[in-house]
Design a protein around this ligand. Sequence first.
Ligand code: ADP
Length: 283
Amino acid sequence: FTIKMDDLKLLEELGKGQYGTVQKVYHRVTNVVMAMKEIRLELDETKLHQILMELDILHKSTSDYIVEFYGAFFIESCVYYCMEYMDVGSLDKVYGDGVPEDVLAKITTSMVKGLKFLKDELSIIHRDVKPTNVLVNSRGQVKLCDFGVSGQLDRSLAKTNIGCQSYMAPERIRAANTYTVSSDVWSLGLSLVEMAGGKYPYKYDNMFAQLKAIVDEEPPTLPDHFSNEARDFIAACLHKDADKRPSYAQLLEHPFIKKYEDVDVDMAKWANDAWAARLAAKK
Ligand code: ADP
């Protein structure tokens, strides 16, 4: 089915991104509540059509570790991207003072499986792995969003993506446009350190000092109360030399993942508690 604006009822604003807002919407035709991301672009129709065509590969196969894509359309020069609604929200808003090791292990497994799926099934490098782009629902599922599916969309957004916190790997800072799968592995490692410790790990508030630290300093590590397996996993992801970082297949075999593979962690409880804590903090 194709989604049209006329079939959507706007419910509430879920958040503001760099390029537009994300809204909770109800699709009357299918009875599905969705999240709709508005991306404001200054593009001609040909390019907008190209973006929609490129997004179409997302209909090809789906994964439990990727936020489901329902469809996209454009009105004037705005692209509207409709996806699965994740009711707990992004991880940056729910990690609080840091997540416990067992929860971190499950988040890690989902993220690695999601990244591996993108690479193996869709030949996509994510390019923007960070806690904001990892979403959680009240069933405790953890899924990736905002990956670089459409080359045209990525170019149009002109990724001036240098926010106040960088998840860029050292090699990307040293030489712009060098981007490989391993750069995503770095961003994964950095995101995990942030979720474990409850804060972005580089402390510099000035962007230049922060980028310099990423290139020159020793990579961040997990807080002391984490196991050696967990610390080793992070150290492997945050290898300064991109060629020494493990592949996704290797990461899935790592003792940190294996240690929790058969442990039943109540992710739904964690997600619901985190959501409640976030609500309480807002009041
Ligand atoms: P950014 O540009 O910072 O990556 P986004 O535009 O992707 O941010 O999203 C803004 C906010 O909207 C997110 O932080 C998240 O809380 C919310 N959001 C995005 N996608 C969804 C979704 N599928 N379900 C629920 N909330 C979402």
